[in-house]
Design a protein around this ligand. Structure first.
Ligand SMILES: NC(=O)c1ccc[n+]([C@@H]2O[C@H](COP(=O)([O-])OP(=O)(O)OC[C@H]3O[C@@H](n4cnc5c(N)ncnc54)[C@H](O)[C@@H]3O)[C@@H](O)[C@H]2O)c1
Length: 257
């Protein structure tokens, strides 16, 4: 990050990858931690303050456009201009297409796609006149490789990935960079819900021909910190000439596709 006062808005910050991103960025920025889960946000903010980091919790649903616009206004009023946005909030609804409900489809897109649009638009509007800023959207390696039972999720992530690249194209002339980090299997609550027994991680690493998954060549599940490291790099000045990039952090699980 640069030397000016930094304010980083992190969505999905109550747990998992979002919390790890907030902790990683807190060394150089005031954190606006946003999520629907108040208890998780409060625990994160308390932990950061114990380490003399500055952080505030904002309980907001990213799928609510009006609430997002209002909270972004409030954050800028309370903490100062947002210099970094990391879109991490996401949901995973599994199921085959033929049995997938309208409600699960709508929720998936409301959070993973519309949420990214709402927050990015509200923040980008304010970054443009200031002519600086960095945005990272956490997508998924499922956005580039089809997965069984994941059509809605993969499609919603492919949409937010392309949206972020198009946003980056529009904002480049204003000195604002927009990139994507696409994680593979990462040890969080979302991932653990997929594990049916204690062999869950082993099975993910091994892969499964019947579902056309090749496994993870690096033979490990990512930690949330592995993903936060890639995000930290892309929002920093070390990545000042990188925009419209999709950085896959999946141990090789999608074979670089
Ligand atoms: N864990 C993985 O294996 C994995 C793999 C690829 C991509 N991802 C992506 O990484 C991101 C973080 O996932 P995670 O594994 O930490 O999951 P997680 O379920 O542990 O955390 C997701 C967070 O998003 C928040 N959230 C959900 N809906 C929201 C809404 N409408 N408004 C605001 N906040 C909302 C949740 O409350 C939660 O705190 C997600 O976008 C996910 O799709 C995760």
């Amino acid at each position: 990050m640069g030397t000016k006062a930094q304010v980083a808005l992190v969505t999905g910050a109550a747990q998992g990858i979002g919390a790890a991103v907030a902790r990683a960025l807190a060394g150089g920025a005031t954190i606006a931690a946003l999520d629907t889960k108040q208890a998780g946000l409060e625990a994160l903010v308390a932990g950061l303050r114990e380490r003399d980091r500055r952080a505030e919790a904002y309980v907001t649903d990213v799928s609510d456009a009006a609430a997002v616009e209002a909270v972004v206004e409030r954050i800028e009023h309370e903490l100062g201009p947002i210099t970094t946005l990391v879109n991490v909030a996401g949901v995973l609804r599994m199921g085959s297409v033929v049995g997938f409900s309208d409600a699960d489809w709508a929720t998936t897109f409301a959070v993973n796609t519309h949420g990214v649009f709402h927050v990015s638009r509200a923040v980008a509007r304010r970054m443009v006149p200031r002519k600086s800023g960095a945005i990272v959207t956490v997508g998924s390696n499922a956005s580039s490789v089809p997965r069984m039972q994941m059509a809605a999720y993969a499609a919603s992530k492919a949409a937010s990935t392309m949206f972020t690249k198009c946003l980056g194209l529009e904002l480049a002339q204003h000195g604002i960079r927009c990139n994507v980090v696409s994680p593979g299997s990462t040890d969080t609550e979302m991932q653990r819900l997929l594990w049916t027994d204690e062999n869950g991680p082993k099975a993910v690493i091994a892969g499964a021909p019947e579902t056309f998954r090749v496994g993870i060549p690096l033979r490990r599940i990512a930690t949330p910190e592995d993903i936060a490291e890639a995000v930290s790099f892309l929002v920093s000045d070390r990545a000042r000439h990188i925009t419209l990039h999709d950085l896959c952090v999946d141990g090789g699980a999608t074979l670089g596709a």
